[in-house]
Structures are given as structure tokens and as C-alpha cells.
Ligand binder design. Sequence first.
Ligand code: SAM
Length: 285
Amino acid sequence: MTDFWFTEMHAEDAKFSIHVTEHLYSEKSPYQQIDLYDSKTFGRFLTLDGFMMLTEKDEFIYHDMITHVPMAVHPDIKHVLIIGGGDGGTAREVLRYPTIEHVDLVEIDERVVRLCQEYLPQTACKLDADPRLHLYFEDGLLFSKKAKDQSYDLILVDSTDPIGPGEGLFTYDFYQNCKRILSEDGILINQHESPYYKGDAYEMRRSHSKIKATFPIAEVYQFHMPTYPSGHWLFGFASKKYDPIKDLQAERWNAFGLYTHYYNTNLHKGAFMLPTYVKEGLENA
Ligand code: SAM
């Protein structure tokens, strides 16, 4: 057995490693370095520029939490925009709802989609298989500028971190466009970084201050992501109308009859109950 480990720095002096059984693929696309690996405990996994994106073992947590939380608050969502998400996991979950009519997925890097179709069918399985899904290979910020007012009921920002191509998706300009292209009762969910290590916590506060200044309702919820720095990760929930707890429609969501391995409507409420240091960090944003 080779002694090859994938290692990601989680802080200046803390790192996380997975033993690699096979380095499946490596390519430098025009946007980023793409690598796919295999491992015993986490299965196959995708990294971009050396940062963990997803593993077969824990992707269900991220994809349940980005999708089912807004769907349980607004079960009548019909038009969805996914920005990033080239691995297909978010689209897979969204397309489980028969009530959803149209999904636009805007991914800057076509190579991520094509390689995930080849190496990660667990997440990419719906990318070519559902007529409701429309793929666009372009920058999400530019796409949001061109989109018509009130075209979507739900925007899911499934992006990389705010370094490299993902940077524009953490700007005022982007959030203002999201507000404009969302319907009056629309919801924006964004990848909100982590409260724990200094660098991630700084980005968490930075995006929260911008979203809070843009939307009347801007809340944050947490989930457990074993392969992300500290294992403690956040999504933002922003809306012009809905409060994520008061407006939870648990009965209607449960009536969809979807089995979810992580999400349930009790956990939904708990996910918004944040530890004191996280609340303080967000309040001071
Ligand atoms: N769920 C994982 C996470 O948050 O780490 C992975 C998300 S997915 C792989 C992130 C995708 O966002 C990448 O494929 C990347 O190419 C894409 N992306 C980054 N910047 C983008 C932009 N400006 N517009 C559209 N897609 C972008």
C-alpha cells in the first residue's frame, strides 16, 4: 500500500489528512486545479485548488441542509437558481421535488461538471438526466446581473470559498442582484463559511454584514461537516418575507414523503439555535 495522504491546512498550524488509495485524476482547468481521489473511509472525493469540496461519505449532510431547509419554509418553490454546485449534489436534492418546474445551474467551470459525471455519479447522477435542469457554464455574478427581475423563488449559492473564482459571489453587488431576481417571497441560501478558525470566521462575518444590509430577514444555520475545517459549517438564510422558524411548514414538508439521511423538521429548528460565540460573532459583523 502506498503512503500517499491528501492534506489540507485548516489553520496555520493545524491540518487534516485522508489516506489516499488512488489519485484518480488531476487537471488544471482555466479556473482551478481539479483533483479526484479515492480513499477507504471517505470514498471518492473532489478537491479544487487543494481545498476539499466533497466526499462520498459526508456530501449528504451539505446537500440536505442547503436544499431541504428552504423547501420546508416555502414548499411552493417552483423556479430555482443554483450557482456553483458543479458536482451536482444540490441539483440532485432539488430535483427530488415533483413540484419544482425549472432549475438553472450556473457553474463557471464546465470541467468540474464533466469530471464529476465521470468520477462522482453519486452526486452528478441528475446533471444530464432531468429535462427541468438547464446547465449554464458562466460566472454566477454575471449571470445574476443579466437575469430578469423576480425570476426565481429560490437561489442556492453552492460556491467555493471567497478566494479565486468564488470571490464575486461574496460581494454586495451579487447579493443586490439576488434580491432583485428573487420573487417577493423568495429565499436565498448561501455557503456561509465557518465560525471556528480565524480566517473562516472573518469571511463568515464579512458575508453576514453584507447580507444583513441587503435583506430584511437574514439568519444563519449550522450543520456538522466532518471534512470541512473544524467540522462546523454554516449556511445563510435570507428572505424578504419568511422567517425560517416561524414560517416552517413541517406538515407540508413531511407530506412530500422524502427520506433524508440528515435533515428532519425537528433538526430544522435546532439548526438555527447557534452557540453563544457564533451569535456574538454574527451580531458584531
Ligand atoms: N459543496 C462544496 C463546497 O462548498 O465546498 C462544493 C461546491 S461546488 C464543487 C463549488 C463550485 O463553485 C465549483 O465547481 C466552482 O467551479 C464553482 N464556482 C466558483 N466560483 C464560481 C462563480 N463565480 N460562478 C459560478 N460557479 C462558481
